[in-house]
Design a protein around this ligand. Structure first.
Ligand code: BEZ
Length: 403
């Protein structure tokens, strides 16, 4: 047996391994299904998230949510102590392949958790398909990950870009808007969320006046906001997130458009951003699979524990991190902690039913969440539930052929 020495961060871990290797041999001799080695060698989770740049806070909250769940389970999932290998992907698609290959090839992680940015996630999905490493996507909505590139080892605990944007089309049409301008960053998530919104809005009978874009992660919005003022649409649909969302929402209000041309979007426009946006965000309506005030025991407990642990208010990113740990636990429990028992691990993850802070969470055949999509409105610095825009919404998983 070859053992990567980096697994053994200290001599205590090494002694634990040696004694459990012996225990493993004896448990096999007694006919137990899962060797005890699986139970006591730490499970290495490669955490590939943005810890710098416009999505830094999103990455930080996903990690904190995951950590909270693990802490609630005394540091172990399915009997395996969890060890982390962290990597800042900087939301850069150009270095993504090298980064995940480093986690899988050099650091020998057992599972990869990542990432936020759809372009980075696409590179990760390709490596996961090639290497078979279990990949849990805790945010990035790239439709392909649970569409044409779906695979037995790839799971998503967040959303597809289509899933959070398409329901907003009908919402805005029903609220009386007929001519809408869209605005976003020019990369996969922006393009796909605009497309999803358009699908819902045009189906309902609405018309897109113009699609405005700028390169990711630029935040020089002035020229585009001036263009919106010239076009005078009934309303605007926007996708921005993190630092970019803070700047867009405050610039929009500073330009005097707030209160004149209503601003809508997917929930990333106002999630995790409200303290920095302040009054500029009040009244903005968005669709997302979470609302701050969901009145369930699971959400109340989560928000309270997150606050106690971090001193901060939980948001959708923290929820997605928390649920990623719950999903991994479901797989590990079914396999007695043995992540190599792929059929058992993936089978149980695919069938998992999680009592998430967001509401009931299960998974489609493509391993994308089936979940409620809520219409929320910013009131007094909170994303407050207005109504359920869609119950148990499943992504169509176009092109997915699960092998
Ligand atoms: C994405 O790139 O998929 C994404 C990034 C931030 C928030 C939502 C989606």
């Amino acid at each position: 047996m070859t053992v990567d020495n980096k697994v053994f961060k200290d001599s205590v871990s090494r002694r634990a391994f040696l004694s459990t290797a012996a225990m493993g041999a004896s448990s096999l001799a007694f006919g137990l299904k899962t060797p005890a080695i699986a139970q006591s060698v730490p499970l290495k989770v490669g955490v590939m998230l943005p810890f710098s740049g416009t999505f830094a806070k999103l990455g930080q909250f996903i990690e904190r949510g995951f950590q909270l769940y693990v802490d609630e389970k005394s540091g172990a999932l399915g009997g395996r102590r969890i060890e982390f290998v962290r990597l800042d992907d900087e939301s850069k698609p150009e270095t993504a392949t090298d980064n995940i290959n480093r986690l899988v090839g050099r650091d020998k992680v057992d599972v990869v958790l990542g990432t936020v940015h759809s372009g980075v996630a696409m590179a990760m999905v390709k490596v996961a398909r090639d290497t078979g490493v279990p990949l849990i996507i805790p945010n990035a909505g790239a439709d392909e990950a649970t569409g044409p590139l779906c695979a037995s080892n790839i799971f998503r605990t967040s959303f597809s870009n289509w899933q959070v944007s398409q329901p907003m089309g009908k919402v805005m049409f029903d609220e009386g808007y007929r001519n809408v301008v869209t605005i976003t960053w020019r990369y996969a998530a922006g393009t796909q969320m605009t497309k999803g919104f358009k699908e819902g809005f045009e189906k309902a009978g609405g018309k897109i006046v113009e699609d405005l874009t700028l390169p990711f992660p630029e935040v020089e919005f002035q020229a585009l906001i001036t263009r919106i003022a010239q076009l005078k649409p009934d309303a605007v649909f926007a996708f921005f997130a993190g630092g970019g969302a803070v700047k867009f929402v405050t610039d929009y209000a500073a330009a005097g458009l707030k209160g004149k041309i209503p601003l809508y979007g997917t929930g990333f426009l106002t999630d995790g951003t409200l303290p920095a946006q302040g009054a500029a965000a009040e009244g903005i309506r968005t669709t997302l699979h979470y609302a701050d005030d969901l009145d369930t025991p699971s959400n109340r407990r989560f928000l309270q524990n997150f606050k106690t642990k971090t001193g901060e208010d939980g948001d959708i990113y923290a929820v997605q991190g928390y649920d990623s740990a719950a999903l991994l636990e479901a797989g590990l429990v079914a396999a007695g902690g043995d992540i190599q028992a792929r059929d058992k691990v993936f089978g149980a993850m695919a069938m998992a039913q999680i009592d998430s802070p967001r509401g009931p969470l299960s998974f489609s055949v493509a391993h994308n969440p089936v979940q409620n999509i809520y219409l929320r409105e910013v009131r007094n610095g909170e994303n407050v539930l207005v109504s359920t825009a869609g119950s148990a919404v499943a992504d169509p998983a176009r092109g997915c052929k699960m092998g």
